[in-house]
Design a protein around this ligand. Structure first.
Ligand code: CP
Ligand code: NVA
Length: 305
């Protein structure tokens, strides 16, 4: 694996390999076993959008692996003043060992990978959020012990999270159902991918239909980063697209709830459901650290090329 640009690029085997390594690194981390697998390596982290989890988990993860991480904000880099990403890629490739980037356009991430000569990890774009979904899959397997026979449901905006969850969920063998309002459906490229899976993929605009017999329920904010000007319009469009008691009653009795965070209580999820499933949600947040360490080891150690 050279880069992590989107879930569509990964095979089922590559996903399972990352999750297995993530489980091992988590076990070692919990038991105080040091694993300096990236000693002397440097990760550059370019942020063109805000972040709590992604920034802190990558920076801490790199430290735990024996390397260092540089926080490169858009406000400080020349990229923010118009230096082309193609040039940034070629320059950074001469100093550091890997780039993690959070930005708007997926093309920018793909360009960084194409022009640079070092691995690139996508830390979220408008199109997808692969690091989050690897942590989500890790958490599902941790709580449920398997993927086969599970039904995953996503309710809300057909955004970066929906796009990555659909692809990741189907690739590892889960059934996937999605409820999105008209006009806010997942990306056509993702829907084309999902169509290959026949009746293992189901899309509706009725949340309760999607939630029926689900083992895992996901949602995400109604207004993503960069869409703030549409907040009021979106509040109307997504009314009713909420994980609440009624949705939980339609799902399996032991259904788990996941949220990538940050969460907006009483919008996409009620306070009551959120707090009832807080253990699963914060384990999911923790697993960002372990899953990303596995990704960094895979792309930087060059073992899998
Ligand atoms: N879930 C997630 O990516 O969180 P941050 O925006 O805080 O990084
Ligand atoms: N869809 C959200 C995810 C945040 C982690 C956003 O893009 O803002």
């Amino acid at each position: 694996m050279k880069h992590l640009l989107k879930m569509l690029d990964l095979s089922r085997e590559e996903i399972i390999d990352i999750l297995n390594l993530a489980d091992q690194l988590k076990y070692e981390n919990k038991n105080g076993i040091e694993h300096h697998l990236l000693k002397g390596k440097t990760l550059g982290m370019i942020f063109q959008k805000s972040s709590t989890r992604t920034r802190v988990s990558f920076e801490t993860g790199m430290y735990q692996l024996g390397g260092q991480a540089l926080f490169l904000s858009n406000r400080d880099l020349q990229i923010g003043r118009g230096e082309p990403v193609q040039d940034t890629a070629r320059v950074l490739s001469r100093y550091i060992d890997c780039i993690m980037i959070r930005t708007f356009a997926q093309k920018e991430v793909e360009d960084l990978a194409n022009y640079g000569s070092i691995p690139v990890i996508n830390g979220l774009t408008d199109f997808c959020h692969p690091c989050q979904v690897l942590a989500d899959l890790m958490t599902i397997r941790e709580f449920k012990g398997r993927f086969d026979g599970l039904k995953m449901c996503y309710i809300g905006d057909g955004n970066n999270m929906a796009n990555s969850l659909i692809v990741g969920g189907l690739k590892v063998g889960m059934e996937v159902s999605v409820a999105c309002p008209e006009g806010y459906r997942p990306d056509p490229q993702v829907l084309e991918f999902a169509a290959q899976y026949g009746d293992k993929f189901f899309m509706t605009d009725v949340p309760i239909e999607a939630a029926k017999d689900a083992d895992v329920l996901f949602t995400d904010v109604w207004t993503s980063m960069g869409e703030e000007a549409e907040t009021e319009k979106r509040k109307l469009a997504f009314k009713g697209y909420q994980i609440n008691d009624e949705i939980m009653a339609a799902a399996k009795e032991d259904a788990m709830v996941q949220h990538c965070l940050p969460a907006h209580r009483e919008e996409e999820i009620t306070e009551k459901v959120f707090e009832a499933h807080a253990d699963e949600i914060f384990e999911e947040a923790e697993n960002r650290l372990h899953a990303q360490k596995a990704v960094m080891v895979k792309v930087m150690s060059g073992k899998d090329e």
